[in-house]
Design a protein around this ligand. Structure first.
Ligand SMILES: Cc1ncc(COP(=O)(O)O)c(C=O)c1O
Length: 378
């Protein structure tokens, strides 16, 4: 199978990740609960996961990183933990449902959704123009899971800072492929998955919380600390990390992040740009194919949306799967407003997404398949 659905979950993981998960599964103990050597070993693995994530995102105090099961939990913890009735939030039309739905679910807050252009870009000035006295938070998807479009979070962060507004970034598609420095970009809340560009297992993700921010708890329970109290402890990470952590997963994630740090984010991105250019060169010249999103791959992470004109995106993905053994995703990718933005609200798109492990020859086979489909099926 040729796997081109890495925006959902990266399938090929570094060997060190697989070894780590197996090792911890064979030797699991509960981290942070007991003082015996097995528990201490597991705690050390959790500590290491936080440590390398801190290195990657330039986070000084690694206890400001909350480990979560995925990016959705992280984004929910951040959004629901910080907002109160009367608050106004600015976000964009390129957001994923893991931002749009928690915002929608909160009562008493108002939301302004800034519409991106047809390539998926939002001008920072468009966000600034929507600021009101009651604006509490700006939430931006760093890079789109539909078009790959990269937003200028550096400038948006400066705007947020200048106006005294909190800035939250959804790094689901950018963690591991774009440089992220929480200080340089003035990020107050950073939600990220472990199972995509950080090459960890599913069941891993996290939220960075800038020191001084006081988030409400969403889940309360055992933390292994201050057990005599009915409230969750008041300090991080315990305040927001109730229940047993996925130690095998986070040990695996630590190895995935080590891989990213060793390879270098910019080298991974350059390789993904090379693959994107390879695809675009051919696809732009196919009459029966529409390519969406940025023209310049440099403004994009390794995700490309296309349609074969006249063919439903689901049908196209099924043909790719059944006849060519190529895995892609079709439909709306949990981000319907992004489709309204790029004009695919009726059709959805066929989404092709690469990783550091995608081979050039796999991309070429995909292009051959699209070429054949465009000739024979329409
Ligand atoms: C932009 C974006 N945000 C959030 C998510 C949610 O991530 P997770 O599946 O880890 O909860 C995704 C997943 O595809 C995404 O692409």
């Amino acid at each position: 199978m040729i796997y081109l659905d890495n925006a959902a979950t990266t399938r090929h993981k570094p060997k060190s990740v697989l070894k780590a998960v197996e090792n911890e599964l064979k030797n699991s103990a509960n981290p942070g609960r007991s003082g015996h050597n097995c528990s201490l070993k597991s705690s050390e693995r959790i500590y290491n996961a936080r440590k390398v994530l801190g290195d990657l995102f330039h986070i000084e105090n690694i206890e400001d990183i909350i480990l979560t099961p995925n990016a959705t939990y992280a984004l929910n913890f951040g959004i629901k933990g910080i907002l109160s009735e009367g608050d106004h939030v600015i976000t964009t039309s390129m957001e994923h449902n893991s931002v749009l739905r928690p915002l929608h679910a909160l009562s008493g807050i108002s939301v302004t959704r800034v519409k991106a252009d047809c390539y998926g870009f939002v001008e920072p000035a468009w966000i600034e123009a929507e600021i009101k006295p009651e604006t509490k938070l700006i939430v931006v998807n760093h890079s789109s899971n539909v078009t790959g479009s990269i937003q200028d979070i550096c400038t948006i962060g400066q705007i947020a800072k200048r106006h005294g507004i909190l800035f939250m970034v959804d790094a689901s598609q950018s963690a591991g492929v774009l440089p992220i420095d929480v200080n340089e970009f003035q990020i107050d809340l950073l939600g990220f998955p472990g199972h995509k560009g950080l090459y960890g297992p599913q069941g891993t993700g996290g939220l960075y919380i800038r020191p001084g921010l006081n988030l409400k708890t969403i889940i309360e329970g055992g933390t292994g600390s201050e057990s005599s109290l009915l409230n969750n402890p008041d300090f991080l990470p315990d305040k927001l990390e109730s229940g047993t952590l996925n130690t095998p997963g986070f040990y695996g994630l630590s190895k995935g992040v080590e891989y990213v740090l060793k390879e270098g984010v910019s080298n991974i991105l350059s390789y993904e740009h090379f693959l994107l250019d390879l695809m675009k060169e051919t696809l732009y010249n196919m009459e029966q194919v529409t390519v969406y999103g940025p023209v310049d791959s440099k403004r994009q992470t390794g995700t490309l949306s296309i349609n074969l004109n006249g063919m439903d995106s689901g049908v196209a993905a099924n043909i790719l799967n059944d006849d060519y053994h190529i895995a892609v995703r079709s439909g709306f990718h949990c981000a319907y407003p992004a489709h309204e933005t790029i004009g695919t609200e009726k059709t959805g798109t066929v989404r092709v997404s690469v990783s550091a492990f995608t081979k050039e020859k796999e991309v070429k086979k995909f292009l051959e398949a699209i070429h054949k489909m465009s000739k024979t099926k329409i």
